[in-house]
Ligand binder design. Structure first.
Ligand SMILES: Cc1cc2nc3c(=O)[nH]c(=O)nc-3n(C[C@H](O)[C@H](O)[C@H](O)COP(=O)(O)O)c2cc1C
Length: 151
């Protein structure tokens, strides 16, 4: 069983956060990490645990690199029942009403397709003082994936 980390980014911050999460989870799990831009929705496996790491752009939108993946989900409407996922979102409180919408859109889309969100929904604030990779690492340490231990 694997942990599959999917990141959506425009400027690389979410990728750095995803790498930090991978470092933590790789100590106890088999981890694969992909840019959402390179991941096909048909490759979602309900036996894998998914970690979605995604920033926010526009007016509370997904990064443009993540849009094709979400367009595939919209077009194909895969049944994700039984798939479990966690979300670490990135945003900036400067964008008051749309703060961290990217991660929330990820959670809403996966849940609408039948998947179940696990753990605390992480929200990094680029206007804060904590580096995204540090917050992501700490978040991953607290993420409980008890029944997917490395074989
Ligand atoms: C043009 C632009 C629009 C943004 N819009 C939002 C937004 O609507 N809501 C939000 O929370 N953050 C917004 N952000 C902040 C980014 O999500 C934040 O800086 C994030 O850390 C960038 O991650 P990335 O480098 O992985 O793309 C925006 C940033 C830029 C440059």
């Amino acid at each position: 069983m694997r942990v599959v980390i999917l990141f959506g980014t425009e400027m690389g911050t979410a990728e750095r956060a995803a790498d930090a999460i991978a470092d933590v989870l790789a100590t106890t799990h088999d981890v694969a990490i992909y840019d959402m831009a390179d991941f096909d929705a048909d490759d979602l496996e309900r036996d894998d645990f998914h970690v979605l790491v995604c920033s926010t752009y526009g007016s509370g939108d997904l990064p443009t690199t993540a849009e094709p993946f979400f367009d595939q989900l919209d077009d194909r409407l895969p049944d994700l029942t039984g798939l479990r996922f966690a979300v670490f979102g990135l945003g900036d409180t400067v964008y008051d009403t749309t703060f961290n919408r990217g991660g929330e859109i990820c959670a809403e889309k996966f849940a609408a397709l039948g998947a179940a969100q696990v753990g605390e929904h992480g929200r990094h604030d680029a206007s804060g003082t904590v580096r995204p990779q540090d917050q992501a690492r700490e978040w991953a340490t607290r993420l409980a994936i008890p029944d997917l231990a490395k074989a």
